[in-house]
Design a protein around this ligand. Structure first.
Ligand code: FE
Length: 210
């Protein structure tokens, strides 16, 4: 584990310290009446579940409708994703992995919270939590069940451990009954969690998941 490369500038200890400083600042600003904690929470939620992951969802939808793009994405995710305009820190070396009936992919960062910011935005709290980081490797089916995801016993599960060098994007399977949908409608079915691999893409009319 000591070889696990996590030498990025926002590693665990610095994140903790930053977190403490942000919380202290937030309390002071709240006491003085400058900010509303509820408004801040709403802002963070927006980046975690709405704006950020919409980029990844568009990448997935394009891969669903365009086989050449899908091939490119699987061969060189960094370049394919950049062609849609999604580039930046924590996304310099992307790898895309595609789910199938035989193989399901799930992403974790066992040591901290490495996450592909340009396509998924900010990591959700559970992704950074110790239980997810340890159980994803030890008991992936148990974790999936907690998310309401039950896969056939014949589906193998592969866990990808994010590092400072490589960030992963899961391409969920295109749901059945979506042949008539356009790219934007398809993207709406691609939840954040389906691109981490803890859920499947939403079925049409299911209502959107995080
Ligand atoms: Fe990490």
């Amino acid at each position: 584990m000591s070889k696990h490369p996590h030498d990025h500038g926002d590693d665990h200890s610095e994140l903790d310290e930053m977190d403490l400083r942000v919380r202290a600042l937030e309390s002071v600003l709240t006491e003085k009446g400058y900010i509303e904690p509820a408004a801040l929470d709403a802002l963070i939620d927006t980046y975690q579940t709405r704006i950020g992951p919409r980029n990844g969802a568009r990448v997935v939808a394009r891969a669903w409708v365009d086989p050449a793009f899908r091939d490119w994405l699987l061969a060189d995710a960094t370049a394919a994703i950049a062609s849609l305009g999604y580039t930046g820190r924590q996304g310099e070396h992307m790898v895309a992995v595609a789910n199938s009936d035989d193989q399901h992919h799930m992403v974790v960062c066992t040591l901290c919270s490495c996450y592909p910011w340009p396509v998924l935005g900010l990591p959700p709290t559970w992704y950074k939590s110790a239980p997810y980081r340890s159980r994803a490797v030890r008991d992936p089916r148990g974790v999936l069940a907690d998310f309401g995801t039950v896969l056939p016993e014949t589906t193998r599960i592969r866990i990808w451990d994010s590092t400072a060098e490589v960030r992963y994007l899961v391409i969920p399977q295109r749901p059945a009954g979506t042949e008539h949908l356009g790219e934007e409608e398809l993207a709406a079915l691609v939840s954040r969690d389906s691109m981490i691999g803890t859920r499947l893409a939403d079925a049409p009319g299911q209502g959107s998941q995080p």
